[in-house]
Design a protein around this ligand. Structure first.
Ligand SMILES: *[C@@H]1O[C@H](CO)[C@@H](O)[C@H](O)[C@H]1NC(C)=O
Ligand SMILES: *[C@@H]1O[C@H](CO)[C@@H](O)[C@H](O)[C@H]1NC(C)=O
Ligand SMILES: *[C@@H]1O[C@H](CO)[C@@H](O)[C@H](O)[C@H]1NC(C)=O
Length: 255
């Protein structure tokens, strides 16, 4: 290599080092809830140690480790994670409450992306009740609506932002679930705490929803600061073969 060329390579390398060093000082990554000038709403919760865990007071705790780090001589940082598949914003597959579906392989990888993506309605549920048949009836959700996200008192109480799990969350009673199955075309049911079923009807409501393997349940949605109305929803679970639950990233796009 000619001396001039060598010098310019060295100069470039030097400039890159200076640039990287300066850049590091004011690197602040953006954390957004809304994108595209208010058009795209992120309705998934951020995974962090204080996120509530089912029937626990301590949150999910440490779920992320860095077994390979550049500080310790590795070529790159490589983290590892561990948490229950029904953590945070997540989806339930039929195998969650039906053993024969579990054994037959109705896992999250078999869920229909056509149901998980498409026109959706965000509705406000009266704040003084769980979602009973009477409440479902009063919502007057028209036939033909396939995807509904139910915003409840859980959002007002900011339950998903509280480390302590709370059994008094709002969800579907068994008769509410039955009413939905029998009187609407809803195939995607979304809710704003860790279970679509109220605690008193935990298993009965899940059984009603998942029995026919037609309805997909998305739980732990982040629905605050999104106007009620019509959107396009996009939800994508991980392709976890053999798992009856999975974290899911969901967004709403304004029509
Ligand atoms: C991860 O990698 C960055 C460089 O990209 C390095 O500065 C940092 O020290 C590493 N973090 C840890 C915890 O090793
Ligand atoms: C680096 O290795 C040391 C010693 O094994 C360990 O205590 C430390 O936590 C490691 N640091 C990271 C960032 O992995
Ligand atoms: C909903 O039901 C739960 C028990 O499953 C109860 O603790 C809670 O108070 C009820 N919420 C409302 C608003 O009625």
């Amino acid at each position: 290599m000619k001396r001039g060329a060598l010098l310019s390579v060295l100069a470039c390398a030097f400039a890159a080092v200076i640039w990287a060093a300066n850049g590091d000082d004011n690197l602040v990554p953006p954390r957004r809830e809304v994108y595209g000038n208010g058009r795209i709403f992120d309705i998934s919760h951020r995974y962090q140690p204080e996120m509530p865990e089912w029937e626990s007071n301590d949150g999910i705790g440490q779920f992320l480790w860095l077994p390979k780090s550049m500080k310790n001589g590795s070529l790159a940082n490589n983290s590892e994670m561990k948490f229950p598949t029904h953590t945070g914003t997540h989806v339930d597959a039929p195998g969650h409450v039906f053993d024969h579906y579990f054994h037959a392989g109705f896992d999250v990888d078999t869920l229909d992306l056509d149901i998980l993506n498409g026109p959706a309605m965000l509705v406000d549920v009266p704040r003084d009740s769980n979602i009973t048949a009477q409440v479902m009836k009063s919502l007057n959700i028209p036939r033909g609506v396939i995807r509904v996200l139910f915003r409840t008192l859980n959002t007002d109480r900011r339950l998903m932002f509280q480390k302590e799990w709370d059994s008094s969350y709002v969800g579907f009673t068994a008769d509410g679930a039955k009413w939905l199955v029998e009187n609407t075309d809803i195939k995607l049911v979304g809710i704003d705490y860790l279970s679509v079923a109220s605690y008193d009807y935990l298993i009965p409501s899940h059984l009603v929803f998942l029995k026919d393997r037609e309805i997909i349940l998305v739980e732990g949605l982040k629905l605050d600061d999104v106007p009620a109305g019509l959107y396009s929803v996009h939800c994508l679970p991980l392709r976890l073969a053999g798992a009856e639950g999975s974290p899911i990233r969901c967004i709403l796009i304004k029509n």
